[in-house]
Write a protein that binds this ligand. Structure first.
Ligand code: GLY
Length: 354
């Protein structure tokens, strides 16, 4: 089992290894005294792993309760959050009790936000069951729900007390879900880790999934330690997300987050004027990992969707622009320039047939 220590306002470990779903209660007991816990999952994950997680927590001495909601980003709303908070109240959870987020990014974000606001904040543990959650969203304490006017528009910073990633669970993911998470791992490679990118661009890294998760979490650990509350360097983790969020919005959530972020990274690189060789390398890496590369939406439509992006500060928006594999820069651009950025990115990717 690998262990990575996160040095944030709440310090905690990220544990990565085989068979950990059956040990998540026992591992949690080392950092949280047995108490009442609400295990939160979507209905798919609840059916696959809910019993095993519950048995593990019960065996470790926790009083267990379960809450399941319909799978999908469309559930990440205040309405589901209210149902969850009511279930926590109904189960009698107090300030000293615990939420367990067993699932992907939607579950982690929403269960984490419930933990952040229930009786002004209780502890929570992340048990990510998707690659995307394992390499990105389960670490760093960002919690949120979507609002009608934008993704993740209501939320809080609330660090978990522990993250337990079972790599056996990740190995059982569908090809689509692996691709979805691979996009965030490719993001880490483009931002900071040429060796990780080189591994991912082979498309043949699944046997090394533990190392992939470890490298991504280690990078995120360093960024979060320096900028937990996203006032500076953490903005780099938004590579591909300004373009990607706009694509997700235009797709009415029919594209998965990773698929949209993958296209978004390529658009950011095209917009930044990256050399053709690098654009081709990035495009090939996305394709090798089963990710789309072409944006099916027009520049005006994307720009409108991007304006609801919470990274917009006043009249400007901060873009993360790749310069090379392993090196990106932040660039503040006036909101008025966004349509031109999208147009340029679309024109370049089309002209090069990326
Ligand atoms: N997922 C981006 C961040 O945690 O800041």
């Amino acid at each position: 089992m690998r262990s990575i220590h996160i040095n944030a306002s709440t310090e905690y470990d990220v544990l990565i290894g085989e068979g950990l779903v059956d040990k998540c209660g026992e591992l949690t007991k080392k950092v949280v005294k047995p108490c009442r816990c609400m295990i939160v999952s979507d209905d798919t994950v609840d059916e696959l792993y809910g019993d095993r997680a519950q048995i593990s927590f019960s065996y470790a001495g926790f009083e267990t309760h379960r809450f399941a909601f319909p799978a999908g980003e469309a559930s990440k709303t205040f309405s589901t959050l209210t149902d969850l908070l009511n279930a926590m109240g109904g189960a009698g959870l107090s300030r000293s009790d615990l939420v367990v987020a067993l699932g992907g990014g939607v579950t982690g974000d929403m269960a984490g936000f419930a933990a952040a606001i229930y009786t002004r904040g209780i502890r929570f543990v992340q048990v990510p069951t998707t690659l995307l959650a394992a390499v990105d969203s389960s670490v760093g304490g960002k919690t949120a729900v979507d609002m009608p006017f934008g993704k993740n528009m209501a939320g809080a910073f609330h660090q978990p007390s522990l993250v337990v990633t079972d790599t056996d669970v990740l190995k059982d993911l569908s090809a689509e879900q692996l691709s979805n998470g691979a996009a965030e791992a490719i993001k880490c490679g483009v931002l900071n880790d040429p060796a990780l990118f080189a591994l991912l661009e082979t498309g043949d890294w699944q046997d090394e999934i533990e190392a992939v998760v470890e490298r991504c979490v280690t990078y995120k650990r360093d960024v979060v330690a320096r900028d937990e509350f996203d006032t500076g360097e953490r903005a780099f983790l938004n590579l591909g997300h300004t373009f990607g969020h706009a694509i997700e919005v235009c797709s009415k959530l029919t594209l998965l987050h990773g698929q949209a972020v993958g296209i978004g990274m390529l658009m950011a690189a095209a917009c930044a004027g990256c050399p053709e060789a690098m654009l081709r390398r990035l495009s090939s890496c996305l394709k090798k990992n089963g990710l789309p590369t072409r944006c099916p939406y027009g520049a005006a439509e994307l720009a409108k969707a991007a304006l609801s992006d919470k990274k917009r500060a006043g009249g400007s928006i901060t873009l993360v622009l790749p310069e090379a594999i392993g090196k990106c820069v932040l660039k503040k651009v006036p909101v008025a320039d966004l349509p031109a950025c999208f147009e340029r990115a679309i024109a370049v990717t089309e002209a090069m047939d990326l």
